[in-house]
Design a binder for this molecule. Structure first.
Ligand SMILES: NC(=O)c1ccc[n+]([C@@H]2O[C@H](COP(=O)([O-])OP(=O)(O)OC[C@H]3O[C@@H](n4cnc5c(N)ncnc54)[C@H](OP(=O)(O)O)[C@@H]3O)[C@@H](O)[C@H]2O)c1
Length: 278
């Protein structure tokens, strides 16, 4: 990822200094015009903007906390993946060393960095983002989410919930259909259509959540729960895994037991908003 980020800065014409623990990996960037710094300290000193992207936050603090590294006065943009607590902690850590700090999350794969398809989220002080926005736009479609340093990571991790939920739902259906000889490639276009259709419901459902009112405009939760029973029974009868549908049903059953059966599906936000039941 670091190589793709540096290559995008170079392609956009920004003078770019690079450093990597294994320096040989920087060779293509040097061939493309990057300056290879001999140390982290030299890399940070070379520019008012330092972008870091390594395995995890521990590595960020280890390499930027090393001897001779002066963060005072630099703007540090950390595009390493992590959680919101680590982001806030690293912001405090960088602040104690005099750096202006923006946390970021790259919601894209390396080949699309430098194109509009690369969505890159930032959080931290608005003025620090504004000062470097034009430069950061070389990397992709950049968005500033707010002053709370944890927001970029929080959006990133929330996005993982969406990604794995869609994939797991598709795999559940695929496992069921395969028992009838329907291959994955045949089902995929149907699954895609269903996922896209359900995605259309999100803005309206979000309004229900924000207003705390869940009138059953389309269907009531108790109707959904009966359909969940069909999904569980069909999965069991076909000999495929039913853990995922049982999980949906358990949450719906708790909400129904709490008196929400006549309300609409997003009322389950109340189940999602508290810790796991004991
Ligand atoms: N690849 C993706 O599709 C993708 C997408 C979104 C976000 N990300 C995020 O981007 C970050 C980097 O991912 P990647 O795919 O580039 O991983 P990667 O190919 O494994 O590269 C990890 C980088 O971190 C460096 N590093 C690790 N520990 C270090 C330490 N203690 N001190 C100094 N350098 C250290 C490595 O240096 P060496 O070269 O010396 O090993 C390497 O440059 C991760 O947080 C990842 O979640 C990646």
């Amino acid at each position: 990822m670091g190589r793709s980020l540096a290559a995008a800065f170079l392609k956009a014409g920004h003078p770019t200094t690079v450093w990597n623990r294994s320096p040989a990996k920087a060779a293509p960037l040097v061939a493309a015009g990057a300056h290879l710094a001999p140390s982290v300290a030299a890399a940070v000193a070379a520019s008012p903007l330092t972008v870091v992207c390594v395995t995890d936050y521990e590595a960020v603090r280890e390499l930027l906390g090393g001897d001779g590294v002066v963060l005072d006065g630099t703007t540090l943009v950390n595009l390493t993946s992590g959680d919101s607590a680590e982001a806030r902690e690293t912001a405090r850590w960088a602040g104690r060393r005099g750096a202006r700090y923006l946390d970021g999350a790259v919601m894209a794969v390396p080949p699309v960095i430098g194109t509009a398809e690369a969505v890159i989220l930032h959080s931290g002080p608005e003025a620090d983002f504004a000062a470097h926005r034009t430069t950061l736009e070389a990397l992709g479609t950049v968005t500033h989410l707010g002053a709370d340093h944890g927001l970029a990571s929080l959006y990133d991790v929330a996005g993982l919930a969406m990604m794995w939920s869609v994939l797991n739902a598709w795999l559940q259906g695929t496992a069921m259909l395969r028992t009838a000889g329907v291959d994955a490639v045949t089902y995929a276009p149907f699954a895609r259509q269903i996922a896209a259709g359900v995605a259309e419901w999100l803005p309206g459902y979000a309004e229900q959540i924000d207003s705390g009112s869940y009138p059953a405009e389309v269907s009531a939760l108790e109707t959904d729960a009966r359909a969940m029973t069909h999904l569980i029974e069909e999965s069991e009868a076909l000999g495929v895994n039913a853990e995922l549908p049982r999980l949906f049903k358990a949450m719906a059953d708790r909400a129904i037991a709490a008196g929400h059966g006549k309300e609409q599906y997003p009322v389950l936000i109340e189940e999602f908003s508290r810790p796991d039941p004991a």
